[in-house]
Design a protein around this ligand. Structure first.
Ligand SMILES: Cc1ncc(C[n+]2csc(CCOP(=O)(O)OP(=O)(O)O)c2C)c(N)n1
Length: 635
């Protein structure tokens, strides 16, 4: 059930309703929306802090602009809850991120107000620019195009590419830089320092205040904005400001920094900016987690806190979690630290996900050897290649779906030069509630076709550790270790390291009726299925392949000599991964067998719990049992 709504929010079903409110009512509406988001996400987890930080901005944007005719594009989209609530999805919000519910990110097919689908960072300016140019080509000079991008996402290369292009386009484009000083973890890099300087510089802000005073004496940009801005721009050319402002250097007109929590002021500024043609950037300063003290004070934790108490903010932990096996992420974080203590060549690299992947453990202990390079996957890969080319052994940890960004860098900079970069691919497989933009299901297929690369996936935490150990031994070349989000299966994972022979899998169970070949964590479902199949008289052999490339040919010969019925299972696309590799092997070696491939079908899988999604794909225990029955008995 949807949460209780405040008196103003209960009247809002679309931006048209919002526009009926008086300016003086907007602040109260913001508080009601904020409370609604807190209540809803406390029982149905999602992204919290970023959304709380842009409530005022969202209200102001829909108040001033004519959405959906005007195009509003959210970068990443994890902050767009207020946008969803205002644009007709308030009463569906209790189904946020659920199967058959609404997506946690803007999605074109979900609403006409979602001008562009998002989930990955730094795309909004490119998309908005494309739309602005399209409008111009279609002789529409009235449509507004607005990209809202965080300071973290602004560090992504694509955002810079788009700024560079937009700056000479004369397109009618408004970029709103939502500067809260943090990505998921603390924002990093020179741009962050620059934004801090520009926000706090006394010289800059005094100059700006003087200019605004000259423009009309109050906080607005003035009535005759175009003329005033032209005058001001000319004046600014005489100052250091133009040269010292990064965004002005990109030919954007820069406005700000302004308080992003003053909703009335924002509506006034946005109203004025509507009348100023060409590329312009409004820099607003906000607080991530605004209005919820715990979230303001612990911004990384409350980026996506899971279940929490809506009043106190206290996070509700799963009581059982202390007795469960550790998460793969923790095993990665602790193991890289152990290995780095043994091997001085090891360094860690993450593009803006230190807490998510647990590289933060190494960053704490060995700050000079662990690097957060910002939301910059391409750079992370080539930076790692540079490290490897000159004798270091980088462990570059990237979420599988974000690695899609850096495909060329993997081929061109790492594989082609056979450099020993260890790619730890976190969040491999279906990730659950984040949905289609975040599932890590293409990696097995897209890595398998690249020469020189070793592609592995551990079935449990001990294998993860041993693969990490193996990957940093001499002359290993590019080495992918791919594992899922969440918990492993083993107790006592902290055993002495053992080298795993590259390209070797293992037979886990002898069978006679069919063989099941798995790769990675999903093999644990195959183990369960084998036991249940045995209870109904079907004896399945089980092989944990461990390496997709090089694939264990000795084991495959064993399989095809013994079995003529084979199931392959992987938590990746059915096209191009383990199943495809096994069929290629069978064909190349002239074996004949009935092969049933289980994996993610050739369609985009939306959000839901991981268990629900594997069921849909026929890759849960029941799915394996059904496939085995069908293969062996024909029904
Ligand atoms: C390409 C890519 N890399 C990493 C992420 C993971 N991610 C989601 S939100 C986020 C931080 C974004 O920071 P910012 O743009 O400042 O927005 P804020 O959350 O602070 O509002 C990151 C790194 C992503 N979505 N896309």
């Amino acid at each position: 059930m949807a949460s209780v709504q405040g008196t103003l929010l209960s009247q809002i079903f679309s931006p048209t309703d919002l526009k009926k409110l008086k300016e003086t009512e907007l602040a109260q509406l913001c508080e009601e929306i904020r409370q609604f988001i807190i209540n809803e996400t406390s029982t149905n987890p999602g992204h919290l802090g970023a959304g709380l930080g842009v409530v005022e901005l969202t209200v102001a944007l829909h108040y001033v602009f004519n959405t959906p005719y005007d195009k509003l594009i959210w970068d990443v989209g994890h902050q767009a809850y207020a946008h969803k609530i205002i644009t007709g999805r308030k009463d569906l919000f209790h189904l946020n991120r659920m199967i058959d519910g609404i997506s946690g990110f803007p999605k074109m097919s979900e609403s006409e107000y979602d001008a562009f689908g998002v989930g990955h960072a730094s795309t909004s300016i490119s998309a908005a620019l494309g739309m602005a140019v399209s409008a111009r080509l279609q002789h529409d000079n009235t449509r507004q195009h607005i990209a809202v991008i965080g300071d973290g996402s602004m560090t992504g290369g694509q955002a810079m590419e788009a700024m560079n292009n937009a700056g000479v386009s004369k397109a009618n484009l408004l970029v709103i830089l939502n500067d809260n000083g943090i990505a998921i973890d603390k924002n990093v890099g020179a741009m962050k320092d620059y934004l801090t300087d520009i926000t706090t510089s006394l010289f800059y802000n005094r100059l700006k205040d003087k200019i605004w005073y000259l423009m009309g004496g109050n906080t607005r940009y003035g009535n005759n904005s175009r003329a005033v801005v032209r005058q001001i721009s000319n004046a600014l050319k005489l100052t250091l400001l133009k040269k010292s402002n990064l965004f002005e250097a990109f030919n954007f007109r820069y406005f700000g920094p302004v308080d992003g929590h003053d909703v009335v002021h924002l509506t006034e500024i946005l109203g004025d900016l509507k009348n100023i043609p060409g590329p312009k950037l409004l820099h607003i300063v906000t607080v991530k987690g605004k209005g919820f003290t715990v979230a303001e004070n612990n911004q990384t934790t409350y980026h996506a806190p899971g279940l929490f108490n809506a009043e106190t903010g206290e996070i509700i932990e799963d009581k059982k979690c202390h007795t469960l096996p550790p998460k793969y992420q923790i095993v990665f974080g602790k193991t890289i630290l152990e290995l780095a203590e043994l091997n001085p060549k090891i360094v860690g690299v993450t593009p803006a996900m230190p807490t998510g992947c647990s590289l933060n453990l190494m960053m704490l202990k060995m700050p000079h050897r662990a690097f957060d390079v910002g939301i910059a996957e391409q750079h992370a890969v080539t930076f790692s290649a540079g490290l490897a080319a000159t004798g270091m052994t980088p462990f570059c940890n990237i979420y599988s779906s974000f690695m899609q960004r850096a495909y060329d860098q993997v081929i061109h900079d790492v594989a082609l030069q056979n450099l020993n970069v260890v790619f730890c691919l976190d969040r491999g497989g279906l990730v659950g509630e984040d949905g289609a933009t975040h599932h890590g299901v293409y990696d097995l297929a897209y890595f398998r076709c690249i020469p020189n690369i070793t592609v592995s996936s551990p079935m449990n935490e001990v294998e993860l550790r041993n693969l990490m150990y193996t990957a940093q031994l001499d002359n290993m070349g590019p080495f992918v270790i791919r594992y899922p989000r969440g918990r492993g299966v083993t107790d006592g994972w902290r055993r002495p390291f053992e080298k795993i022979e590259v390209g070797t899998g293992q037979r886990l169970r002898e069978g006679k009726d069919l063989a099941i070949l798995s790769i990675g964590h999903i093999g644990n479902l195959a183990t369960k299925a084998c036991k249940q199949l045995s209870e109904i008289g079907i004896e399945a052999g089980h092989y944990d392949m461990r390496f997709l490339k090089p694939i264990d040919e000795v084991l495959l010969h064993e399989v095809f000599k013994k079995y003529d019925k084979v199931i392959t299972i992987e938590d990746g696309t059915i096209i191009g991964g383990l199943g495809s590799a096994v069929i290629e092997f069978m064909n190349d070696h002239h074996y004949r067998a009935d092969i049933k491939r289980l994996g993610v079908p050739d369609t985009f899988i939306e959000q839901g719990t991981v268990a629900e999604l594997y069921r849909i794909c026929g890759c849960d225990v029941q799915g394996i049992i059904e496939a085995a029955k069908e293969l062996t008995t024909g029904h």
